[in-house]
Design a protein around this ligand. Structure first.
Ligand SMILES: Cc1cc2nc3c(=O)[nH]c(=O)nc-3n(C[C@H](O)[C@H](O)[C@H](O)COP(=O)(O)O)c2cc1C
Length: 249
């Protein structure tokens, strides 16, 4: 029996340790079905899913992402932004296909793939599975495109490692709603500093007491730490997206 949906959503945590057991075909179908029922921009269903079951491919994804633990996941999904299928449908009708290459259509396929991703995560959690979404597949997008033979008008957006959890990470506290939920316009909170300080204290407690990887950290320090990322990281992405046939100009 599935848990109440709000309880599932409000107890989400990313899981990175799995017991090594593969998902059954029925479990995989359940997750893909949940993805398919997600909302999709203009009912165009402009994404595809590739299940990675080959251990060598999983190893490659471990290399690309730096997350070698994916090899122990019960299943790996690659979520593909995809206008290629609709291109084939349009070409068969001799229609003008240029709009499928537009930035707007690229974005629509990104939205579709991302929303389907969250559906998979939530559906998995509802049946006792855990997962981690992985943007780190973009560390070497071209390698992934070549490995998976991705055709024009496709782009690998996210990976999802799913499996039977071998850990139960503590819930990561989220921002107070006063700092992220506004009404009618973007309203900078008068008590921004107070709210932030309170949240930093909450996150400091979380980092200092969680059940693994204890550290002295706050949300502000985390955000500042993120600034030391190489600004040229994945600078080639725009070029790769263009090479896949999307017109970003
Ligand atoms: C778009 C996206 C990309 C992510 N990429 C990675 C990733 O490459 N590696 C990873 O370990 N976690 C990744 N995550 C998981 C986040 O780190 C995680 O959701 C965040 O730290 C909050 O923790 P929680 O999911 O446990 O609440 C990603 C999450 C999202 C939404």
């Amino acid at each position: 029996m599935s848990e109440d949906i709000l309880s599932v959503l409000n107890h989400h945590r990313s899981v990175r340790q799995f017991d090594g057991q593969s998902l059954t075909n029925a479990e995989v179908t359940t997750l893909v079905t949940a993805a398919q029922h997600a909302a999709t921009s203009t009912f165009s269903q402009q994404y595809s899913i590739i299940s990675i079951t080959d251990q060598d491919l999983k190893h490659e994804i471990g290399e690309i992402t730096g997350h070698h633990w994916v090899e122990n996941s019960g299943h790996y999904f690659l979520m593909i932004a995809d206008q290629h299928r609709n291109l084939a449908i349009a070409q068969a009708a001799n229609a003008d296909t240029s709009v499928l290459r537009s930035f707007d259509k690229f974005m629509a396929s990104v939205f579709d793939a991302a929303i389907a991703t969250e559906a998979i995560v939530t559906a998995g959690e509802a049946i006792g599975l855990g997962s981690t979404i992985m943007g780190s597949i973009l560390n070497n997008t071209q390698r992934l495109i070549d490995l998976l033979h991705l055709p024009e008008l496709t782009f690998p957006l996210l990976g999802i490692a799913v499996g039977h959890p071998a850990e139960k990470p503590d819930l990561k506290p989220r921002l107070p709603q006063a700092l992220m939920h506004f009404t009618n316009q973007y309203i900078w909170p008068d008590d921004f500093a107070v709210e932030l300080e309170r949240y930093n204290a909450t996150t400091a407690d979380y980092y200092a007491s969680r059940n693994s990887n204890l550290k002295q950290m706050t949300f502000s320090r985390h955000i500042i730490g993120e600034l030391s990322r190489d600004p040229n990281l994945r600078a080639e992405l725009v070029q790769v997206i263009k090479q896949q046939g999307f017109n970003l100009d």
